[in-house]
Design a protein around this ligand. Sequence first.
Ligand SMILES: Cc1ncc(COP(=O)(O)O)c(C=O)c1O
Length: 378
Amino acid sequence: MRKKTQLIHGGITGDEKTGAVSVPIYQVSTYAQDGVGQHRGYEYSRTGNPTRFALEELIKELEGGHAGFAFGSGMAAITAVLMTFNQGDHVVFTDDVYGGTYRLVSNVINRFGLEASFVDTSDVENIKAAITDRTKAIYVETPTNPLLKITDLKKVSELSKENDLTFIVDNTFSTPYWQNPIDFGADIVLHSATKYLGGHSDVVAGLVVVNSQKLAEDVHFVLNSSGGILGPQDSWLLMRGIKTLGVRMEEIEDNTRQFIEFLQGLPEVTNIYYPGLEDHKGYDVHSQQARGSGGMISFDVGSGEKADRVLKNTRFFTLAESLGAVESLISVPAKMTHASIPAERRGELGITDGLVRVSIGLEDIEDLKEDFLQALRK
Ligand SMILES: Cc1ncc(COP(=O)(O)O)c(C=O)c1O
């Protein structure tokens, strides 16, 4: 089955009993048992729910894994994956992981004894240097936020196999439509499904896909023990969003490339970061491991003042922290997502005050161009 078909026909489709073409929303907490210990597959909805299971089967198939799990947010999914490790274990992370992941690892999970190193994983030598005899996993994002840095999935997977480590990839930016890390040797793939998978800024959710029975048991054990599950209504909403992921990603890619061409013609704009551009540092690696580059672009408008002006005056770019929606979103990382990083370190990373990040949506591209131009020149 090709990806676009799989988005519609993958997982569990409809309802066999009634012929309904959409999976029913099983708004239920518990299930009648035929005898003590004799149930029909479901006992209690924290452990398993048929609507959530349909979504879990769908994401499992889309990522080509062994089992899928749905959580109440991307952070709940990441927390559950990290809770499969033990006190004293060490994990190597991409240095510019999502800020919430950094906060979780360095202010919450650390209190339970999980140790972490943050390195630039776009160079595999940095990961090698960070591995100790207590390292149990490598956790990467590719592309990253906001500079869209690329990590070589195949090389990192080889390194993790050599060292008997679990290789975890946050695939939020690419989605399973453009990139499938398990094909390159990843063991666990996770998503903030709040972004492109849901796609309409109306649901907060997280998904995890694992590539083995052992990892499935480990993740399900934490899910059932800690309880950060996704409810049936939101599971259904997410399945509805996923059906159109293909057309949305294709159209978003098209809009994004046209918007980049437009930016390239503006003298005020420099340093356009997009992994689909040939002059992007990670272009070659990204083209080998992904079928598309998505709708996230970062670029410099020259100064913090200019960035403020753009943000204040755009009409069709909504000033908001999220990404991956039908509506275009705009943010200034130095003042929003990366404000907690000291200015000097931000400068080293290339996150200048004038760096603007946009998530291109599905509006008519001519409206987006006109709107951006009037905001920039106001
Ligand atoms: C790459 C990435 N991972 C994880 C998360 C966390 O997901 P959520 O907001 O659904 O908890 C985000 C949120 O912005 C993200 O961008």
